[in-house]
Write a protein that binds this ligand. Structure first.
Ligand SMILES: Nc1ncnc2c1ncn2[C@@H]1O[C@H](COP(=O)(O)OP(=O)(O)OP(=O)(O)O)[C@@H](O)[C@H]1O
Ligand code: SF4
Ligand SMILES: [Mg+2]
Length: 336
């Protein structure tokens, strides 16, 4: 894995302006993403985790400039790509791909698999018409599908096979970076393992960088080099996979991890569980100070007043928490 940043995300903000009420009479702001700063390293798999609605997909969409950022920068190849219009974005679009949870929604039911995979090749002029058939066969082989699948239609394929086609379409663009937004979440567990192994093989073969968005912490533990934990539009913690699972610092991370069953039954019986109380507050009016203070078991006075600084608490280990800054949270477990 290269240690150079492929992408630098600086103070990125995404607010959605919405209208509420039966007649849309009230304007409101959804604070989907507020001031997140991190690097994505060349060749790594960086996972984003957190409860539903905490801003994982919005991060993926905004850093690909598929949602217009409200504020902040995404530096890629020396350019702040979030300020580019669609025309200026074109050279970068090909390199920056996204794979979704439901490939059915992105595959045209009237296009054969060959046409679906060939479309981006022709659009980006990556092969001539004469080279197209071989190009499609190579891509299908890359994702573990035989060449005869080129003449099939999406409805003739299983969920796992459709996801392989979606990955082949992304690969057809010869990307450097792929956002995998819950790309395996809808699949059966055995198929999930196959698609994960495929993604890891392709990463090795083509030097890809992944932003992997997922709910399942066991999968995240298997696939990631580093993991970022999000809470209500902000990053709570980001560090290497080993450090996050062995030495979580943020109370929210500790609570999330404590919900994951241990492989060792003896360990599982003896450990304390930290159950997260209540729901994630509304992003229409997020709590002041630390957004986690309404649910945090170790919240202090300062937590509701001052936004905790996003800082490198240990080498390569970023966290935003007053208790960590003051040395209170330490490395131990939370009261159970
Ligand atoms: N287009 C939009 N317009 C208004 N609000 C939006 C829009 N897209 C997302 N949101 C809101 O922004 C917040 C973050 O949503 P996001 O989809 O990024 O969360 P997520 O972490 O991906 O959740 P999940 O795990 O359920 O996929 C949510 O409150 C969501 O309702
Ligand atoms: S800043 Fe305060 S409320 Fe937020 S996680 Fe840390 S201790 Fe809990
Ligand atoms: Mg999402």
């Amino acid at each position: 894995m290269g240690a150079q940043p492929l992408m630098r995300i600086e103070n990125l903000v995404k607010h959605f302006h919405v209208r509420l009420g039966a007649f849309g009479e009230r304007a409101a702001t959804v604070h989907a993403l507020d001031d997140i700063t991190f690097d994505i390293l060349d060749g790594e798999t960086l996972s984003l985790v957190g409860e539903s609605g905490c801003g994982k997909s919005t991060t993926g969409f905004t850093l690909l400039n598929l949602h217009k950022a409200t504020h902040g920068k995404v530096i890629y190849q020396g350019k702040n790509i979030v300020e580019l219009d669609e025309k200026a974005m074109r050279p970068y679009r090909r390199q920056l791909q996204i794979v979704f949870q439901d490939p059915y929604s992105t595959l045209n039911p009237r296009m054969t698999i060959g046409e679906a995979v060939g479309e981006p090749i022709l659009f980006h002029k990556l092969a001539t018409k004469a080279e197209l058939k071989d190009g499609i066969a190579t891509l299908l082989a890359d994702v573990g599908l035989p060449p005869r699948f080129a003449s099939r239609y999406p409805h003739e394929l299983s969920g796992g096979q459709r996801q392989r086609v979606a990955i082949a379409r992304a690969l057809a663009c010869q990307p450097k970076f792929i956002v995998c937004d819950e790309a395996i979440s809808a699949l059966d567990v055995s198929v999930q393992a196959q698609i994960i192994n495929l993604l890891l093989d392709l990463q090795q073969k083509y030097g890809l960088t992944y932003l992997f968005i997922a709910h399942d912490l066991a999968v995240v533990r298997h696939i990631s080099d580093r993991v970022g934990v999000m809470y209500l539009g902000r990053l709570a913690e980001l560090t290497s996979r080993e450090e996050l699972f062995d030495n979580p610092l943020h109370p929210y991370t500790k609570a999330l991890l404590s919900a994951v069953p241990e492989a060792d039954p003896a360990h599982e019986r003896s450990r304390k569980r930290q159950v997260l109380q209540g729901d994630v507050p509304s992003p229409l009016s997020p709590p002041s100070g630390c957004r986690f203070h309404t649910r945090c078991p170790v919240a202090m006075d300062v937590c509701s007043k001052v936004v905790p600084e996003w800082r490198e608490a240990l080498p390569g280990h970023h966290v935003a928490c007053h208790a960590v800054t003051e040395g209170i949270s330490g490395t131990g477990g939370l009261p159970g």
